[in-house]
Structures are given as C-alpha cells and as structure tokens.
Write a protein that binds this ligand. Structure first.
Ligand SMILES: [Ca+2]
Length: 166
C-alpha cells in the first residue's frame, strides 16, 4: 500500500523570531548610546514569555535603532511576513519598519511593514507583508526604527514570522 507522507510544513525562516530562544539577532545601531536592546525581555510579550525590546533613555532628538539577521531565500518564492509591535506609550516618536535587505542589510529591498509613530500604541498590534525573492541568495531580515523626539520610550516586537507561501 502506498502511503503518502504529508509535505513538510514550511518553517519560520527567522531564528528566534518569537524571542523565546537564543541567537538569531545582531544589533546594528547603538548610537546615540542611549539605546538598550533586549532579545529576551520578560516584562512584555505577545506570545510565550518574552519579546524583543529597544529602550531609549532620552536625550537625542533624532536617532535610529536597528537589528537584523541573515536569511537565505529561494528565487521566485513568496515569503509572507507577520509580526507584532507595541510601544510603552501612544505616538511614541519612532516608526518601526520591518524590511528585507541585501546581505549586508545596508540596502532596503522591500519594506514588509511599517508602523508609524501615530499608529503605535501601548498594546500589541499586528502587521504583515510579503517579499518575492528575485534570486536564490543571502538576504537580511531587518527591524529598524527611525525616531524623533527626545523622551524615554520602549518598543517591543514579538512573534516575527517569515514563511514561504505553500
Ligand atoms: Ca515571545
């Protein structure tokens, strides 16, 4: 008798996208020195018991925060992104963008989702997007914040998923 095994379920291309484990993420921007990153923040979480957080301790009127990880994508495949974002206060001053970048991350190939400051709240909000890989190659998945306003704020991200469409 012929048995058909089910196709393997596509898995999250992101290592530690739920921030419940270890590894995966590299901090890219530490300036202006008042930024504190955590990839196992237990104070806030959407799923599990932990999230990522970027805390800003006040001072500079304009700054950026950025972390990423390498991903290898296959030509012609569509990758769906979903993720959750929260801030310590409404309209906190930073916009949070999730994007696919070149292998170094320095070039934004496609913004998957952007949550403007006006849309950030002290509650979790979902965002989604997609990317169709032009070639089988090394890329980066990036989380980048562009900020204005000098007040102390904390931003949270959780359950980041990048998964090939079946
Ligand atoms: Ca989590």
């Amino acid at each position: 008798m012929l048995t058909l095994s089910p196709a393997p379920a596509p898995t999250n291309k992101l290592t530690n996208g739920d921030f419940e484990g270890t590894g995966g993420w590299t901090i890219k921007t530490t300036a202006p020195g008042a930024l504190t990153y955590s990839f196992d923040n237990t104070a806030e979480f959407h799923g599990g018991l932990r999230s990522a957080s970027v805390a800003y301790s006040a001072g500079s009127a304009a700054y950026q925060a950025w972390y990423n990880q390498p991903v290898t994508l296959e030509a012609g495949k569509k990758y769906n992104f979903s993720g959750w974002t929260k801030a310590s206060t409404a309209n906190p001053g930073c916009s949070v963008s999730y994007y696919i970048g070149t292998a170094t991350g320095s070039q934004n190939l496609k913004t998957l989702a952007i949550i403007t400051s006006a849309n950030l709240r002290p509650s979790w909000s979902a965002s989604s997007g997609f990317y169709v890989a032009a070639s089988t190659d090394a890329y980066t998945f990036n989380v980048r914040m562009t900020c204005s306003g000098a007040a102390a704020r904390t931003y949270y991200m959780d359950d980041l998923v990048l998964i090939a469409e079946a």
